[in-house]
Design a protein around this ligand. Structure first.
Ligand code: GLC
Ligand code: CA
Length: 547
């Protein structure tokens, strides 16, 4: 059996509104992405070298949640282009060996989707049961106590019939009823539609919420919640997230993927290592190919995971222990919903140093790494004046505009992004592709080197993960075939002082945050700068270092 492509891939997430504008309306589009594909992978080591792209939603949408409110699953939003542009993007990606993943939003539609408009129109409408409609409780109260992810109750009254409908996110995003077989069939057909057009797979939005408690039973109160915490955390999401029935639906989704060769599913899921692992399926039947593990970003809301070797070791240990044999984790340090990496780890102004180490760790781990656009050049959250804010989620909870600002291609006033006023303001001019491209010391060069090293090094792509003994505040792991001598070592220092980490066998530094270390012979230890990281290729594997 040939090895599945997603096992060896590095995936790059594009937020389409913010990557490249091609028609001067200040909004990124598919044509713009086509123009920038060579940056992502032109087959040579001057390009970033990513193997796949995931596009956040590109479908027709009223854009209340910037595309996560879909009004037609089988089209392209005019802001982004046409079906013809999408077909060309697919072809241009494939011509470069790049796989293209779209973003499937199965939990909810837009309230402007024809299905919901019909469903809302009368109690007897044939699509009434496609969504969740309930009357108020006898005492006039809401049908249950569920809160929406963005804050506020998860129920809104519809004037047309005097009943409430369920929305786990904005009120413009009504939840679909996946217990209705017609809904399931219609949503499976969406996958087939895009597979026929050549899409290679999907990132699946809020996978863990599509099946809820059959009676929509109340959620228990969270005893650990304190005033000031996020409102949604005031209850334990027992009956509407990771509810056991969801795993059956996941397996049925997988069967649709398996109707076509090489189609790949990666789910947005939340929970413990065990809960994440359950999405991969079980002995009897496979589930998703990949399920995100976001624990490097946050484990417990609302706190960010600190940049701390001990915590990171534990996260990987748990993930490796829980994941089914033959599956691999999928880590990310950022996405369109979370503060950018540097901003998150910049309390002492040293976020950039940590970002360099993160690139080495992410490419060194046993996983399918996901990189959010702009992380490779160290983009930071942009402070946005109140009148320019866009994300409606901010009105109830946290806003996500600061991490969605346009990609910075150069230092000009237009950043190489758009001739027009961009939909969100630009960040600081000195973080851009143009300046970092040819600079060997840049974050971009480090990312590029890490991605290409991984591509050339079988043990980094396929080898088992083993944690080794190391000092507090450091993390040392090896990668290599099970039972064989280690082929690669990865060492991380999260402390503010230089450290020396002992390695069991000699090799050569292949990659380091301090780039001048690369090529240095390593006997019994690796020296790491404060907040530094390095990757060592053991002697047996040295051939791969030569290009
Ligand atoms: C996911 C998306 C987020 C969106 C939400 C509702 O969490 O990543 O951007 O707002 O789902 O679709
Ligand atoms: Ca445009």
């Amino acid at each position: 059996m040939t090895r599945e492509w997603w096992r060896d891939a590095v995936v790059y997430q594009i937020y389409p509104r913010s990557f490249q504008d091609s028609n001067g309306d200040g909004i990124g589009d598919l044509e713009g992405i086509i123009r920038r594909l060579d940056y992502l992978n032109d087959g040579t080591e001057t390009s970033l070298g990513v193997d796949a792209i995931w596009l956040s939603p590109t479908f027709p949408s009223p854009m209340k949640d910037f595309g996560y409110d879909v009004s037609d699953y089988n089209g392209v939003h005019p802001d982004f282009g046409t079906m013809e542009t999408m077909d060309r993007l697919i072809a241009e990606c494939h011509a470069r060996g790049i796989k293209l993943l779209l973003d499937w939003v199965p939990n909810h539609t837009s309230d402007r989707h024809p299905w919901f408009i019909e469903s809302a129109s009368s109690l007897e409408n044939p699509k009434r049961d496609w969504y969740f409609w309930r009357s108020a409780k006898p005492d006039g109260g809401l049908p249950n106590n569920w809160r929406s992810v963005f804050g506020g109750p998860a129920w809104t009254l519809s004037e047309e019939t005097g009943q409430f409908y369920l929305h786990s996110f904005l009120k413009e995003q009504p939840d679909l009823n996946w217990r209705n077989p017609e809904v399931e069939r219609a949503m499976h057909d969406v996958l087939r539609f895009w597979f026929e057009r050549g899409i290679d797979g999907f990132r699946i939005d809020v996978m863990g919420m599509i099946l809820k408690h059959p009676e929509l039973a109340d959620n228990p109160v969270n005893p650990r919640w304190r005033p000031g915490d996020r409102e949604r955390s005031s209850q334990i999401w027992l009956n509407n997230r990771n509810y056991p029935d969801v795993f059956g639906a996941v397996k049925r989704i997988r069967r649709v993927f398996d109707e076509y060769p090489e189609k790949t599913a990666v789910g947005e899921v939340f929970g413990t290592a065990e809960e994440i692992s359950a999405y991969y399926g079980d002995d009897r039947e496979p589930g998703l190919h990949l399920a995100f593990n976001f624990q490097f970003i946050h484990e417990i809301e609302p706190w960010h995971t600190p940049w701390d070797a001990e915590i990171m070791k534990r996260i990987v240990r748990d993930a490796e222990r829980a994941i089914p044999a033959g599956s691999q984790p999928c880590f990310a340090f950022g996405n369109h919903d979370r503060m950018r990496f540097i901003t998150r780890h910049n309390e002492d102004g040293r976020g950039v140093e940590r970002a360099r180490a993160a690139a080495i760790v992410l490419m060194g781990l046993r996983n399918t790494p996901f990189v959010y656009y702009g992380e490779e050049i160290g983009m930071e959250d942009v402070e946005i004046p109140e009148e320019q804010l866009q994300d409606p989620a901010r009105l109830r909870t946290f806003g996500r505009d600061p991490e969605r600002t346009p990609m910075q291609w150069d230092a000009t006033p237009s950043r190489g992004f758009s001739e027009a006023e961009p939909w969100l303001p630009y960040g600081r001019a000195d973080r851009n592709v143009d300046e970092q491209f040819a600079d060997d010391g840049s974050l971009l060069s480090l990312y590029r080197a890490a991605i290409w090293l991984r591509k050339r090094t079988a043990s980094l792509r396929e080898g088992a993960y083993r944690e080794l003994e190391s000092l507090d505040g450091t993390w040392l792991f090896e990668r290599g075939a099970t039972g064989a001598a280690a082929a690669a070592y990865v060492a991380l220092n999260t402390t503010g002082h230089a450290v020396r980490v002992a390695v069991p066998s000699p090799g050569t530094v292949a990659l380091a945050t301090l780039r001048s270390e690369e090529g240095r012979r390593v006997g019994q230890h690796i020296d790491l700068e404060p907040l530094g990281a390095a990757m060592v290729i053991a002697d047996g594997e040295r051939s791969i270092l030569g290009r």
